[in-house]
Design a protein around this ligand. Sequence first.
Ligand code: NAP
Ligand code: FE
Length: 370
Amino acid sequence: MTIFYLPTKIIIGKNCIRENASLFTVLGTRALIVTGKRSAKANGAEQDVRRALEERSIPAVIFDHVESNPSTTVAREAAALACEQKVDLVIGIGGGSPLDAAKVAAVLATNRIDDETLFSNDFAQKPLPVVAVPTTAGTGSEVTQYAMMTNDKIQSKSFVISDDIMPRVAFLDAAYTENLPLPVTRNTALDALSHAVESYLSKRATEMSSFIALESIRRLGRHLPMLRLGANLDLNVREQLLTASLLAGIVIAQTGTTVLHAMGYSLTYFKKIDHGRANGLLMGDYLQYLLPEHRERVMTVLRTLGLNGIADLKALISDLVGDREEISEQEISAFSAIAMKARNIPFTLKSPSQADLEGMFRSSFLLPRP
Ligand code: NAP
Ligand code: FE
């Protein structure tokens, strides 16, 4: 049986927000805009949303201080503003962090619940509708039912998962990503790559999800090498990266992620390593782990990327990530124990043990690289 669910209306192209302002009218009468600290103002996305809302006489309030890897504290502040201002629509603009905070604020605006209830996805009232404007090309949050929150209680990330937080509309205008700094461009592209690769190598992969995942991988294979130097990142390349990220988001919405993301959360929580970079650092050894039993699928990933083997992928990623952070044996066992509890572990094509995770961490960080 195949189920493929994608309720989001996806609108792609230059000026797509201003040209589709009428869509906001259908969704709400008073909006909360959720952004990070600076970029949404600098890249023009916030202004385009504000103008579209003004044109439709929809008043808007702004919550503009979502930090990277947000916790529920910030989402609760945004939700409090939503309640105080009686908004009925939440618009997230930014990277995955503001988009996820917007989704959680939409839940908390209609449900007075604690974190535990939130993370068990046990909410009675429908969240407010969400609109998403991605300004990084990586998380795919604009089309997923996930919102990732830093959770100190488990020293990792917890997800809110609900079809009701899948954005009603996603506006993708690559112009907003044109000035994305090179390190963020690299890290977010590696996040998109890990979504597409993990989805393709998931126990839950279907023919449809795999077809789309491979298209995302193919696009990333063409454009990742350009990120080595950062030259020629023109609008066309930005569009390709943004659609590759969108496709990768569409497939993780179907299959979820796997052990690679689970391990990455520990690197982000304890070592403050960016989410996409964390996945990238481990990706070669994750594929190496799967290779013996799943050679054909792993080789399909590599060939679709335009590479001949794992060594080529490791070389490409090393160029993108530069010097690796140091982690100790002690950290490796602690990180692995935490990652083993993540809910995406069971979707890994080959069920991993804690020793397998330790092995992947060790070869990514401690062993000399070729
Ligand atoms: P991010 O944390 O949203 O943003 C990283 C940095 O990029 C911020 O400093 C941000 O600045 C800046 N930035 C964003 N857009 C920019 C632009 N157009 N130009 C210049 N700078 C820009 O990074 P992210 O990698 O996109 O998101 C990571 C989060 O998404 C993590 O919490 C991760 O767990 C989550 N995630 C969610 C899903 C999902 O399905 N929901 C999937 C994967 C990952 P400002 O703060 O000023 O905006
Ligand atoms: Fe991710």
